[in-house]
Design a binder for this molecule. Structure first.
Ligand code: PMP
Length: 285
């Protein structure tokens, strides 16, 4: 697999970044994860827009215009002869002297990594996964806004370590006020009395591209939706639950903190949205 580093496609051994890169030193950078289906990057425009928003939020000037970044992503698929693929683009502050001032780095570093997409085990979708509500709180939006898709991931990694210790597939973080926020790499949905609920953006979460599409598909399918401040006890009493992200799509959650969700099986609205998402993917050209 060839990796893109600042305009060149390089073999795994040659694709290296300086130890003085502020992405390495400080986690100073932004990124996007994408999926390509049948050789085409799904919702590329939305990912590019969010990349730009994240970069703007940390005062990072992108090294190329967005359309050129899109071209580089597509080229990464072509040179690696990929159809079903995972892609990650990362833009860091770049190489500079030690110190926090972004001006120490004259040029950002842009890296694109790809790999063939390996389907998740079907049992995960058939049976659902277990999640745990962790102690680590999601970053306060006034400290490090979760809406920024930044490469500084310690908040999420601490939550992940906890969820692994709990034997859970995903860890669910609460926000600074104790409302349900999101997973370490996913957004969360619950179904209560036929209403699809998800934490509102004011909770302090990443506005997931999959989250947005799922809300749109629900509305199209006449499923009532509600974006709200969700209390942990509401989540624990939900009839259905699922998580979303670009790679996993819609994944049922059947256990929360060791307790079954509803009857312990993926619920009907979850199943409908899983199907609707897959059909959306089928229709994208
Ligand atoms: N929240 C967090 C913290 C994430 O890292 C991700 C994955 N990027 C998501 C939500 C889901 O976002 P998307 O649907 O755009 O992949």
């Amino acid at each position: 697999m060839l990796a893109y580093v600042n305009g060149k496609f390089l073999s795994k051994d040659d694709a290296v970044v300086s130890v003085f890169d502020h992405g390495f030193l400080y986690g100073d950078g932004v990124y996007e994860t994408m999926r390509a289906y049948r050789g085409k990057i799904f919702l590329l425009g939305k990912h590019l827009t969010r990349l730009k928003q994240s970069a703007d939020a940390i005062s990072l000037a992108l090294p190329l215009p967005l359309d050129k970044i899109g071209e580089a992503l597509n080229e990464a698929l072509t040179v690696n002869k990929l159809n079903e693929a995972y892609l990650r683009i990362q833009i860091s502050r770049g190489t500079g002297e030690i110190g926090l001032d972004p001006a120490l780095c004259p040029a950002p570093t842009m890296v694109i990594l790809t790999r063939p997409f390996k389907d998740y085990p079907p049992e995960l979708y058939a049976n659902g996964v277990a999640v745990a509500i962790v102690q680590t709180r999601r970053n306060h939006p006034l400290a490090l806004d979760p809406a920024i898709k930044g490469t500084n991931f310690l908040n999420n990694i601490l939550a992940k370590i906890e969820s692994l210790k709990a034997g859970a597939y995903e860890g669910i973080m609460l926000n600074w006020q104790g409302y349900v926020a999101e997973g370490t790499i996913s957004n969360l949905f619950a179904v209560k009395k036929g209403i699809l609920q998800t934490p509102s953006l004011e909770t302090g979460i990443l506005e997931g591209i999959t989250r947005d599409l799922v809300l749109h598909l629900a509305r199209k399918g006449k499923i009532p939706t509600e974006e709200l401040l969700m209390r942990p006890r509401d989540l624990l009493r939900a009839d259905e639950c699922f998580i979303t992200n670009t790679t996993v799509e819609v994944l049922p959650v059947t256990v929360i903190d060791g307790q079954p969700v509803g009857n312990g099986r993926p619920g009907p609205i979850t199943e409908r949205l899983m199907q609707a998402y897959r059909s959306e993917v089928q229709h994208h050209v």
